[in-house]
Write a protein that binds this ligand. Structure first.
Ligand code: DAH
Length: 363
């Protein structure tokens, strides 16, 4: 009907409307204040309804804001400021009330942020990893660097270069999985292949520790598995002696098992070392008195070692008249079983979380 009004009457009409809106805003602010003061702070549903009524997308504040288009141009700024102040005031009041409600733990939909959250199941390290890390860390402190090699290996690196010729009887000691496609390829039976690969690089001296998984075609039982883990050690330099080997292993054993552990070396045979030895430690369970685990001997065999055979050095193009060194190899499962009191090697690979969950880095 504006077309029937005169210009000044139109202006008057706009102004009246504006005043009525301002009046309404004041009324709503007053109503809001009264209501919020009287509000029952334990009722979360009521608070949410109250909030929606004022601040929701179809709420009072939004509706009043919508009047902006009918506000006279020179009043728009003022109108905006009043409405913003109202909105902020309402928001802060609702915020404070919600907080109060949460702290008092009230309301069907109240969220109590002070409650502990649902625990996320945190993974833990596998006991083999823990033991490997312990072994590796001790050798790293003596200046050994970590080296790794392939699990699928050729015959030469796994056997021939290590002085195990094709018809060497010791090949039978390690029942081998061959790849069906080629008899030259196999799953490595020990980590000694890494020795060869590192020596072939021709960078001397060498001081490495090589953890890894190895495979043997053995019947699976509580005591043996078709795959397990080893750590290989190798030190090549000028004038390395058996005393260096003994001292290195002695330090390792003390760090690993404690000061009261005793060691002994027994002469042994490995084609890749000369002389060769096996090292025993005094049984940690019976302290050397004799028990079922050490088969009443008081000793536990933990590794094989020796001075690297000159032929092995030659196979890797290292001059045996100038360089020599020692090597050793040990299993990881055995010390892990001793340390954690695990009686069945199969537990390591069954991935039963009830088993795995028991190990933490601290243990
Ligand atoms: N490779 C041997 C095995 O798997 C362990 C071993 C013995 C490694 C003597 C060596 C060593 O480096 O010198 O049984």
């Amino acid at each position: 009907m504006y077309h029937s009004l005169t210009k000044s009457a139109l202006k008057w009409h706009i102004w009246m409307h504006y005043l009525r809106i301002m009046d309404e805003i004041l009324r709503q602010i007053g109503a809001f204040q009264d209501e919020i003061e009287a509000f029952d702070t334990t009722d979360a549903d009521a608070l949410e309804n109250f909030r929606i009524r004022f601040l929701g997308t179809k709420g009072i504040v939004k509706a009043l804001m919508g009047e902006m288009k009918s506000v006279p141009g020179d009043r728009k700024r003022e109108f905006g400021q009043v409405m913003n102040a109202f909105k902020q005031f309402a928001e802060s009041k609702f915020g404070a009330l919600t907080e109060k409600l949460i702290v008092s733990g009230g309301g069907a939909h109240g969220i109590d942020t002070t409650l502990p959250g649902d625990p996320l199941p945190a993974g833990s390290r596998h006991p083999i990893t823990l033991m490997r890390n312990r072994i590796v860390t001790i050798f790293q402190r003596m200046g050994f660097a970590v080296a790794e090699g392939p699990e699928i290996e050729d015959d030469w690196h796994n056997f021939t270069a290590l002085n195990l010729d094709e018809d060497h009887p010791a090949r039978d000691m390690q029942d081998t999985f061959y790849l069906s496609k080629s008899p030259d390829w196999l799953l490595r039976t020990h980590t000694s292949n890494v020795q060869i690969r590192e020596m072939q690089k021709g960078k001397l001296p060498i001081r490495i520790i090589c953890p890894g998984r190895v495979y043997r075609n053995e019947t699976i039982s509580a005591r043996s598995h078709c795959f397990f883990h080893q750590v290989e050690g190798l030190y090549i330099d000028e004038d390395v002696s058996f005393a260096d080997l003994k001292q290195t292993l002695y330090f390792f054993v003390k760090e690993m098992f404690g000061d009261d552990v005793r060691i002994r070396f027994r002469p042994s045979y490995f084609p890749f070392t000369e002389p060769s030895a096996e090292m025993d430690i005094s049984c940690q369970l019976c302290k050397g008195k004799g028990c079922a685990v050490c088969k009443r001997t008081g000793w536990l065999e933990i590794l094989g070692c020796g001075m690297v055979h000159p032929k092995v050095l030659e196979n890797c193009n290292i001059d045996p008249t100038r360089y020599n060194g020692f090597a050793f190899g040990m299993g990881i499962e055995r010390p892990a079983m001793l340390k954690y009191g695990i009686r069945d090697i199969r537990l390591f690979s069954e991935n039963d979380v009830r088993f795995l969950r028991q190990f933490t880095a601290a243990t």
